[in-house]
Design a protein around this ligand. Structure first.
Ligand code: C2E
Ligand code: CA
Ligand code: CA
Ligand code: CA
Length: 279
């Protein structure tokens, strides 16, 4: 029994060691990832529900490292946040996404829209607005083409710089979207207090709308409320025709999901866009 006790203890420390090791390894590799050009920006189509046409894309970051292989954003984004590495990484995403957007606007679709995820640390940085303006200028992107997606986490601790950054963003004409709507605690009061343009209903609600009447009711209510507040509504995680048709009947404005396309590397996204323009 003494042995077993020791083994159990060893088992737990071993697991904890592994977790800490993994985190340290990810952090260490993340420090050099930009320099080593290990990131790639993928694009997932943003589709207008009623026409089923691609009207833009969400930029989604991918990281492939020689030692760790492919690491998911759900693992590395929080570590990039905690270490501050999200600042240069976030700027890189905007740079690449604006570059692609400009090209696609010139070649295929002048109204093409780009949505970019901005995490709390990035948003709280007092240089964020200047960086954004600089990138808009550099790529000659019109403000009306850009939407920044923020989660409740950005708004949580009521830092005054957040309010002033949101106001500045709204003033220059860039749109703001509330991402993962419905998963947090205070989404409703935030919608009232801040200048949002778009509400993005979380994919966990879309998942079961065809089987769970409660979820269907909630999504319907979220869309109606969004429209009542003069917001556009995007449904994320649309995977089936059935879900699409329900959302269409609920007058949801835009959608994203594997039904239309997974996030794609730049060249593949461009082919998809090209096909749509020709047809
Ligand atoms: P998110 O902003 O909610 O992005 C949507 C996630 O859902 C993406 O995961 C996307 O690939 C996935 N998705 C899209 N359609 C479907 C579908 O039909 N079914 C299912 N099951 N999933 C779908 P991804 O790319 O792994 O990103 C995860 C999260 O990482 C994002 O969630 C976002 O919070 C964060 N993230 C990704 N790129 C960036 C970035 O450049 N900057 C920041 N700050 N965060 C990012
Ligand atoms: Ca998002
Ligand atoms: Ca606005
Ligand atoms: Ca989401």
């Amino acid at each position: 029994s003494k042995d077993r006790g020791r083994n159990t203890y060893n088992f737990y420390t071993h697991q904890m060691d592994q977790d800490i090791n993994r985190r340290l390894r990810v952090e260490e590799q993340l420090r050099n990832a930009l320099k080593r050009k290990e990131f790639e920006v993928y694009f997932q189509p943003l589709v207008e529900i009623k026409s089923r046409k691609i009207i833009g894309a969400e930029a989604l970051l991918r990281w492939k490292n020689a030692l760790l292989g492919q690491v998911t954003p759900d693992e590395f984004i929080p570590i990039a946040e905690q270490t501050g590495l999200i600042i240069p990484i976030g700027q890189y995403v905007i740079d690449i996404a604006f570059n692609a957007t400009k090209k696609w606007q010139q070649q295929f679709q002048s109204q093409f829209k780009i949505a970019i995820n901005v995490s709390p640390k990035q948003f709280r940085e007092n240089t964020f607005i200047d960086m954004l303006k600089m990138q808009l200028e550099k790529h000659q992107i019109h403000v009306s083409s850009v939407e920044l997606e923020i989660t409740e986490g950005v708004l949580l601790n009521g830092d005054p710089i957040i309010n002033s950054n949101l106001t500045s963003i709204n003033d220059i004409g860039v749109s703001i979207s509330m991402d993962d709507f419905g998963t947090g605690y205070s989404s409703l009061s935030y919608l009232r207090s801040y200048p949002f343009d778009t509400l993005k209903v979380d994919k966990s609600f879309i998942n079961d709308i065809t089987v769970d009447p409660g979820d269907l009711e909630l999504v319907g209510a979220a869309i109606a409320m969004g429209h009542g507040l003069n917001l556009k509504v995007v449904a994320e995680g649309i995977e089936t025709e059935e879900q699409y048709h329900l959302l269409r009947s609920l007058k949801c404005d835009y959608g994203q999901g594997y039904l239309f396309s997974k996030p794609l590397p730049r060249a593949e996204f461009e082919e998809l866009l090209q096909t749509q323009v020709k047809s």
